[in-house]
Design a protein. Structure first.
Length: 313
């Protein structure tokens, strides 16, 4: 095992970056402020890769501390942007699930607490009791949400639309996956070009990216362990393949853009795309050491990514 790295003061961290790693630091005071507020691990460890030569273990010639800070700030703004639009999808899924479930059964809490109203398979038999346990606790024991307590005390019944507001995207996604095929079909029809299985895969990936955003982890180069489905857009954008697999747009940041294209309204997606492009352009203009192509490659974006709105889904 490698020896434990010694503790370094902020001034020693700056000295290490400058003298040992070749990083140009023009403003020592502002650099120390950044290290104090963000931490060496989160800032340098998280955002050096695009500027770092792993062969020499030093920074590429001309790289400045401000370059790394610029990339950090880009990712921070990207998290806010992505999180905003994932929440739109999250709310829409809550609405669709509660509406169609109650349409098929009723708005009595006994219906969503009934395991017979879920699709019981060998893969779901352990998940259904876990979901019902969460729903049951909210309906009968939750004291944190005033609207839940009000429904319980006033009507002796907490309708599903109220319970859905308390669920995370992961729980909402899991609930959708456990519904009957006919219910999932009704819900998936709200999204053009998306099948029942496609929607499950999109939601699973977006749940993981949402968690990255919520926990302030590095987003722009994050790759999930799960894929989104192959789509018409992969083909129309001529995304290259390795064997039978698309090399980008499956589990990276561009896969989120593709999911957004299918799950957001056209107006919301166009607004998102405009904001994303503006953020990319602002970032690359702020550093001579960060090209647009380098940034796009790190996110899994093809060079023609902006053509995504030219094609029908």
């Amino acid at each position: 095992m490698k020896s434990i790295k010694p503790f370094l003061t902020y001034s020693q961290q700056i000295q290490h970056l400058s003298q040992n790693k070749g990083l140009i630091i023009n403003d020592l005071s502002s650099a120390q402020d950044a290290l104090e507020n963000i931490s060496y691990y989160a800032l340098i460890g998280g955002y050096k890769d695009l500027f770092y030569d792993r062969m020499t273990r030093t920074y590429k010639a001309g790289t400045t501390f401000d370059d790394i800070l610029l990339l950090y700030n880009f990712d921070d703004a990207l998290r806010d942007l992505v999180f905003k639009y994932i929440r739109i999808i999250e709310q829409e899924m809550r609405s669709h699930i509660s509406y169609h479930f109650c349409e098929m059964y009723s708005n009595k809490q006994s219906e969503y607490l009934n395991p017979l109203n879920y699709y019981n398979t060998k893969h779901s038999k352990s998940s259904i009791p876990k979901l019902i346990s969460i729903l049951n606790y909210t309906a009968n024991n939750d004291l944190e949400h005033e609207y839940i307590v009000y429904q319980r005390k006033t009507y002796g019944n907490v309708p599903l639309y109220a319970v859905m507001k308390t669920l995370t995207l992961g729980q909402t996604s899991k609930m959708y996956s456990l519904l009957s095929p006919s219910l999932k079909s009704r819900i998936s029809k709200h999204f053009s070009g998306v099948s029942q299985l496609d929607l499950t895969m999109h939601l699973r990936l977006l749940t993981h990216f949402r968690n990255v955003c919520a926990h302030n982890e590095r987003l722009f180069s994050y790759k999930d362990r799960y894929d989104i489905p192959d789509t018409v857009l992969h083909k129309k954008l001529n995304i290259p393949m390795r064997g039978q697999q698309y090399v980008v747009g499956k589990k990276d940041m561009f896969s989120v853009v593709i999911s957004f294209r299918y799950l957001l309204s056209d107006n919301d997606f166009f607004t998102f795309k405009k904001a994303l492009n503006a953020l990319i352009q602002k970032t690359v203009k702020g550093s001579p050491n960060l090209s647009e192509q380098l940034l796009l490659d790190s996110m899994g974006f093809p060079s023609n990514w902006k053509m995504i709105t030219r094609y029908k889904k």
